[in-house]
Design a protein around this ligand. Structure first.
Ligand code: GAR
Length: 207
């Protein structure tokens, strides 16, 4: 096992944020290694993208709940991440809330990307919430994960305009593209040890 900063990546969907991070690692922009990719969805694109890149990828059946992992499943995820000796958990479109055991095991070492400018529009289909609300500026947020929903300390945000002709799909695509720029930058800063947390405020030491 290498002594590089090790990422454990969790996702439920197509995995475009994972691809952006893996590409940034390959380009030397993130001093880290994608150690393992886990998904609660057997057919998720993120698992296929990981396998193509020869990164260990595993489906962990989530159990009977819709919005969280069953206790045994959560335990299996924690064990897999521990076995892979990860330094940081990167949630990349992981659509279940993480609970006590997980949060305790990796306290302060879990990050997430969310498709809105938090604290506006937490929860599902945030781009649609933004459009329905009529905001003129939308965007994405990378934040630490705490026990709430999309409520942890904010690491970085990137804005995009909301255009008059936007439909949910066009706004979501613009936000997605912003995520692909922002998330690798935030993960790189953490891997380089350039980020410190003071209460709710995240300080970028190099800024
Ligand atoms: C991203 O837009 C991410 O912000 C969102 O899921 C998408 C995953 O896309 N996450 C959430 O809504 C979490 N609350 P991807 O699978 O292509 O990276």
């Amino acid at each position: 096992m290498s002594n590089k900063f090790r990422l454990g990546i969790l996702g439920s969907g197509k995995g475009s944020n994972f691809v952006a991070i893996a590409d940034a690692i390959a380009a030397g922009q993130i001093p880290a290694e994608a150690a393992i990719v886990l998904s609660d969805v057997e057919t998720a694109g993120i698992l296929a993208h990981a396998s193509e890149r020869k990164i260990p990828a595993q489906f962990i059946p989530p159990g009977k709940f819709r919005t969280k992992l069953e206790e045994e499943a959560e335990h299996a995820v924690v064990e897999a991440l521990r076995a892979a000796q990860v330094d940081l958990i990167v949630l990349a479109g992981f659509m279940r809330v993480l609970k006590g055991e997980f949060l305790r095991a990796f306290e302060g070492r879990i990050v997430n990307v969310h498709p809105s400018l938090l604290p506006s529009f937490p929860g599902l289909e945030a781009w649609k919430q933004a459009l329905d609300h009529g905001v003129k500026v939308a965007g994405c947020t990378v934040h630490f994960v705490d026990a709430g929903v999309d409520s942890g300390a904010i690491i970085g945000q990137q804005t995009v305009p909301v255009l008059d002709y936007d439909v949910p799909e066009s706004l979501h695509a613009r936000i997605h593209a912003a995520e692909h720029e922002l998330y690798p930058k935030c993960v790189a800063a953490i891997a380089r040890g350039e980020i410190s947390v003071q209460g709710r405020r995240v300080i970028w030491k190099k800024n």
